[in-house]
Every structure is written in structure tokens, then in C-alpha cells.
Design a binder for this molecule. Sequence first.
Ligand code: SF4
Length: 289
Amino acid sequence: MKYEGMIFRPPSEADSLILQVTVGCSYNRCTFCAAYQKKRFRIKRFEEVKEDIDEASPYRIQRVFLADGDALSIPQKGLLEILSYLKLTLKGLERVGIYANAKDILRKDVEELRALKDLGLGILYLGLESGDPEVLKRIKKNATVDQLIRAGRRVKESAILLSVTVILGIGGVEHSQGHAAETGKVLTEMDPDYIGALSLMIVPGTPIAKEIETGHLVLPTPFGLIQELETMITHCQCTRCFFASNHASNYLPLRIQMPEQKEEALEQIREVLKRRDPELLRPEYLRAL
Ligand code: SF4
């Protein structure tokens, strides 16, 4: 497989074949994100992608993840070509996953998304980060709350699984509780199948790192982040969703089937907040991106 630069994938795609169909992110300006800073965006030619698929063809591969940052930005014809060839070549293939941003999704109608689903696109990962309009502007997310909700709903309507990421701490102390409450509400509107909560990790050289250096953004304390988690879950009324805060960046790893385990999880979080015992948190040296 020919990979260009560092490759990122969602934790749940750990066992997938990573097929790099684009290089970098076509937007690349979110203030907290350093993932593709050093890459100039391009869509790989189909011949390059085909060579990688051919190389993987002797192996039994059940899952494929299409990298890099927003591979859904590939025009429909190109995506159909890649998915068709994957289906034809990898006989045991069960699911293809992809990262997308709200604008990529909204450029496609439900019928186009269903056509991708019919060829194997089974899950789409969307970064919401925050449901607070002020925070979205500040982090330069390049999407409004309304666009993010419409994008999430469109994916659900197409019957592709929707996995949404949110970031604890990204509003700083100033927006902490507003960010948590509004994010919970937007998650309710989107009603995704999976929610992954990360905690903001600062990468040197990013615009958000400069905001912190200059004192324009003050990060919540570890218990402040857990308070955000409590508020977010309280406001999240998803109908059927798996909520995970077990990413390595978090202080309190949880795996919650919503709505069944929501109250039990909230009780656990409130107990941690009441006791304020650092021993109950994941140690700093074990936290990572
Ligand atoms: S859209 Fe995603 S990959 Fe691109 S800069 Fe923003 S967070 Fe990073």
C-alpha cells in the first residue's frame, strides 16, 4: 500500500484496511487540528487507488476505511468507481467507512448517499466538535449548527450509520457549560448511531495553541471536562445510540448504550464530581491523542 504522510483513522477502524484515496483535508483550517497541516490536498487518481486495491485482493478483508480527512469530497462518480471496484475485488468485504464534513455531505442528496450505501459505504464519521454557534465560529469549523444538523439527518435518512465526534473543553472555560449543553441538544437533533467524546489535546503550532499561549483561551480543569460530559449527556436525548468517552484523551472513560444506561452513567459521573478524587481519573501520562 502506498501511503503519503501520516495516516489517521477512527479508533473503531483499527482492524480495517486503510485505503488512502485522498491526501490531506480539502479545508484544513480548523484551529485545533494538526492532522494534515503538512499535506497539500489532492484526490488520488483512480489508477493509484486501483493498484492498492489489487495489492490487497489476495487477503480476506472485511472492512475498509477510506482516508484521508474528508474523502467524501471526491465527486460522486469517483466514489462510485472506487466502491464498485472494492466490491468486485475484495470478496469478503462487509463495510466501508469514510470521514466527511458537513459540506461534503450536503453536496450530495439522499439518493446519492443511498447509491454509495448500496455499493458498501456503511459508516460515515462526522466531526461536530461543538453544538455552540460561538464555539464553531471560534474554531473555524466551516459549518453552522443548522448545516451540521441537516448533514447528520441526511446521512441517517440514507441509512448509512452515522458516527459523530464531539470535543470536551473546546469552548474553553468561557463557553464550557454552553458548549456542553448545546452540543447535547444538537446530538439529539442529529440522533446518530455512535457518539465519540474526546478531550481537547493541544498540538503545538496550531492556532488554538497560540490562543492558549496568549491567554485568549483558558482550558477547563479535568473536573471541568467531566462536568461538561455530565451536562452533554444530560441534554442528549438520542433514541438509540452508543456513546463512548473511552478515547485515550479522556479522564473518565465510559461506554454507554443510550438511552438504557444514561441514568446509570450520569450517577457515576456525578459521584466522581462529588468526590473530586484525582485517583478516579485516568492518569495524565496515559492520556494521548
Ligand atoms: S475538517 Fe477535519 S481534517 Fe479538516 S481541518 Fe477540520 S478537523 Fe481537520
